[in-house]
Ligand binder design. Sequence first.
Ligand SMILES: NC(=O)c1ccc[n+]([C@@H]2O[C@H](COP(=O)([O-])OP(=O)(O)OC[C@H]3O[C@@H](n4cnc5c(N)ncnc54)[C@H](O)[C@@H]3O)[C@@H](O)[C@H]2O)c1
Length: 564
Amino acid sequence: MARRKTRKSVSRKAKTDVQYSVSPAGEKFPIPRKEDYAAELARLKRQVSRARKEGKEIVVVMGVGFVGAVMAAIVADSEDNKGRPGKFVIGCQRPSTRSYWKIPLLNRGQSPVKAEDPEVDRMIARCVQDKKTLIATYNSDCLKLADCVVVDVQCDYTKHELGNMRTGEADMAALEATMRTIGDKIPPKCLVLIETTVAPGTTEFVAWPILKKAFAARGLKSAPLLAHSFERVMPGRDYVASIRDFWRVCSGCNAEARRRVEKFLRQVLNTKDYPLTIMDRPIESETTKIVENSYRATILAFLNEWSLFAERNGVDLIKVIRAIKMRPTHSNIIFPGPGIGGYCLPKDGGLGYWAYRHILGFEDGDSVFKITPEAVDINDTRGLHVAELVRDALRNMGRYIAHADVLVCGASYRQDVGDTRYSGSEMVVRKLTEMGAEIRAHDPYVDHWYELEKQDVYPAPGHSWQRFFRNQGELENVRVQKDLRAALKGAEAVVFAVPHEPYLGLKPDEVVRWAGQPLAVIDCFGILSDEQIRRYFELGCEVKALGRGHIQRIKDAVRKKLRR
Ligand SMILES: NC(=O)c1ccc[n+]([C@@H]2O[C@H](COP(=O)([O-])OP(=O)(O)OC[C@H]3O[C@@H](n4cnc5c(N)ncnc54)[C@H](O)[C@@H]3O)[C@@H](O)[C@H]2O)c1
């Protein structure tokens, strides 16, 4: 007999249908249901009407990730020439299971991004709780209330092969979807400012047509006001200053958009001390971003060959770089670590290469672009060499990499930040795992290494670097440890992959005592002083490092002394 559906079983089913978005701290937030949207819009309208009465301009920031969350707070914190808040900001984020949690957090005055700059937390709390100039929502109908929309969604570059960026492609889906939503909803005179790093040509030849088409469908006669101004944010100790107190470049699709974007940026950023550069066309400001990041990536890739030269010829590249930096003209040369991660440097050259063909229509990309693709490919695969160093150091100690316990210190892409996107450490860990090592990870700034923990869906289903290696399954069990002493216990090798501050002063005697035995020590960033290297050898350890060929000399000297 078919069971009759009781009211109880229906409501139980409704309950199980609720989807949740879980914050990194583990807090569960139910995803809003269809029937919640109307009440949410009413709440937004009430807040906006109050803000308008106070003479504030309404700014919607689309995408409250690493850039958007902090930019939203900077705009909300800005003041007019009478020292009064001039903007009311609504951060808007899709209510996906992955990202929705950012909205309730922001509405409480808590930052959705973990930052080493204490000003991020303070500023968000101040704007939400005290000034009441910042709120967040999942309801994109907030766009109907906007005077200005700032777009901070991602635009990734997906690589299909390891070490070959030429076969990759720009992932425009999030940006295109956002532009369609904006076009359908904004008032005709609203300024739209794209801050996302985009493939050159995107603003004028992809985004503007989407907006124009949407305006035409709505029967609007005016041209959409679209501008571009890329972010140069550096998450880390100067997170806020790297947005607010930093030089900006901007441009607009027409004269009115150019005038409006200039006015807006002068109101919200410190353009008095950090002058604004205004370009004629968006493709020029888009290209500025791609060229400056490709330039950085190229210097780092170029130093890779000199790093290998140094390792094999008794030269310490750290000292070479220090000597070069004495010349003021060469002072921004930097040591290439195990990978050039962070969200931007690995992808931005690809966006330029891809745009040349797929947006701008040229077929000779491979004869024009020689250096940029090569630089990205070298940087993407540099971590593989670290695995060779670990293997060789263990071999010199009579151990095998297979089944060795290896602690990787540092999961993020650069020192003293908690952002793990495309970090060199991930490449190191994946290659070591393929070779059979048992991985442990430590990082003072990272709580979850999602690239490992959620590798089937992170950064997106089918996009994890796990697809380039074998035997990666176990990595989802790796948890980032905070207690270095405990993490080191029993380790046979330690890889200092990122020069986080807590690693710089570590005493070799302590490290060996905590490990409980001499171990292989691999330095990826010139973290160890010569004195520390010497001491590790005296304690029976083996030391290897990227770009530091002089280590062999130190080793020989220690062995000679011990033989005497
Ligand atoms: N992170 C950096 O250090 C940095 C530095 C300079 C420039 N940038 C550029 O800034 C842009 C944003 O980067 P990020 O680090 O903030 O990325 P992110 O992934 O942290 O944030 C993007 C956010 O947009 C949201 N989003 C996606 N589609 C959306 C939609 N349709 N509507 C609303 N929200 C949507 C995502 O859920 C996410 O929260 C990128 O172009 C990046 O290259 C980043």
